[in-house]
Design a protein around this ligand. Structure first.
Ligand SMILES: CC(=O)SCCNC(=O)CCNC(=O)[C@H](O)C(C)(C)COP(=O)(O)OP(=O)(O)OC[C@H]1O[C@@H](n2cnc3c(N)ncnc32)[C@H](O)[C@@H]1OP(=O)(O)O
Ligand SMILES: O=C([O-])CC(=O)C(=O)O
Length: 371
């Protein structure tokens, strides 16, 4: 029995939700480029949960259901008000609030498929409301209730800022949601599947997944990229910064990937969006700095940007607080987590790998007074 560090290359389950084959990402067989160019996030949710694209009536029904379930219990808002709002990371707040949402769902532990699908709907509908409510509460403002006639992407921006978003922002945000929705057996999705494979509940699965996404080697990297760009500050500073990082063997956040070694197919979409949005805001430096980091680091190390790299300047250009970047990733990835959770329940077996023991052997107990 010998261990593979980080389970690299280990195939741990079968899944029809998404695939990465030869650097091509598909959701239920649809290529990501096609979906990024044409699909609404609501269509992607339906696709991930049902294995096919919705017909118009089905899409309208889903939109209605998401709107119907978007409000969060007042108890959860009151609890959020009691969080140390100014001192905590929004991912910690989100993790706690999603967990507490489960307390107010009397069917949290009901395991029938229809009950689990309803919980999936409720969670997907409520997660944007939680993220935006937290953001407003910490600014000393009241949360804004979602509008029934807005798309998922538009509603998020509306609840965050309190005004109807423009079309360009909504399109960009929708595309970002589509691009982040699912990614095979990434760390947070695996976490969700391990959790619910014990036949624990959907809320526990999503709470666990949020905890895994939070780390800077995974979803937390998008915020770390913006921190790095802010620190570099000018295009002229890029070269010395990157060379120093390479010399010191430091990581450049937003680069590298466990599966993609020839490039992440989502990065080009985010790069294009970053260019367009920074032209509109007039803050082209974020795009220009990103491109220069990309050029130098790729040429020197052959390590390419992942989904988190250009998404940082995209979200910044949309006027979003930097520490909300990872919660936004969670809002999108919840659709994938839920698809995997439903798939896990439908063909469940406890997930329990083995460890290769490398500790001491033949130890003999020594009484406390003799140690
Ligand atoms: C949505 C997502 O989760 S996408 C990933 C988001 N995470 C990041 O952007 C953080 C930065 N990237 C990384 O830390 C890594 O590339 C990971 C965690 C994504 C993948 O890690 P692994 O598959 O374990 O790759 P691993 O660490 O083995 O990398 C191989 C080599 O490339 C180097 N490397 C990988 N990524 C980077 C990077 N971003 N900066 C500098 N060097 C890197 C490693 O140091 C290692 O070098 P070595 O062989 O000299 O030791
Ligand atoms: O797949 C992974 O390892 C990381 C991830 O979630 C992504 O790239 O979207």
């Amino acid at each position: 029995m010998s261990a593979t560090r980080g389970l690299e290359g280990i195939v741990a389950t079968t899944s029809s939700v998404s695939s990465i084959i030869d650097s091509t990402l598909t959701y239920q067989g649809y290529e990501i480029d096609d979906l990024a160019d044409h699909a609404s996030f609501e269509e992607v949710i339906f696709l991930l949960w049902n294995g096919r694209l919705p017909k118009e009536a089905e899409l309208n029904e889903l939109k209605g259901q998401l709107a119907e379930h978007a409000a969060i219990p007042n108890e959860v808002i009151e609890q959020m008000k009691s969080y140390p709002l100014k001192d905590i990371h929004p991912m910690a707040a989100l993790r706690t609030a999603i967990s507490s949402l489960g307390l107010y769902d009397e069917d949290a532990d009901v395991m029938e498929e229809s009950a689990n699908r309803l919980k999936a709907l409720k969670l997907q509908a409520k997660i944007p409301t939680i993220v935006t409510a937290f953001s407003r509460l910490r600014e000393g403002k009241d949360p804004i209730a979602p509008k029934k006639d807005l798309s998922f992407a538009a509603n998020f921006l509306y609840m965050l800022k309190g005004e109807d978003p423009d079309e360009i922002s909504v399109d960009a945000f929708n595309k970002a949601l589509v691009l982040h929705a699912d990614h095979e057996l990434n760390a947070s999705t695996f976490t969700a599947r391990v959790c619910v494979a014990t036949l624990s509940d959907v809320y526990s699965g999503i709470t666990a997944a949020i905890g895994a996404l939070k780390g800077p080697l995974h979803g937390g990297a998008n915020e770390a990229v913006m921190k790095m760009l802010t620190e570099i500050d000018t295009v002229e500073n890029v070269e010395p910064f990157v060379r120093k990082a390479i010399d010191n063997k430091e990581k450049i956040m937003g680069f590298g990937h466990r599966v993609y070694k020839n490039g992440d197919p989502r990065a080009k979409h985010l790069k294009e969006m970053s260019k367009r949005l920074t032209e509109i805001t007039g803050e082209k430096k974020w795009y220009e700095m990103s491109v220069k980091i990309d050029e130098i680091f790729t040429a020197e190390k052959g390590i390419l940007p992942n989904v988190d790299f250009y998404s940082a300047s995209v979200y910044h250009s949309l006027g979003i607080d930097h520490d909300l970047f990872t919660p936004i990733f969670a809002v999108s990835r919840t659709s994938g987590w839920l698809a995997h959770i439903l798939e896990q329940y439908s063909n469940n077996r406890l997930i329990r790998p083995r460890a290769e023991y490398n500790g001491p052997n033949k130890q003999v107990y020594i009484p406390l007074e003799k140690r």
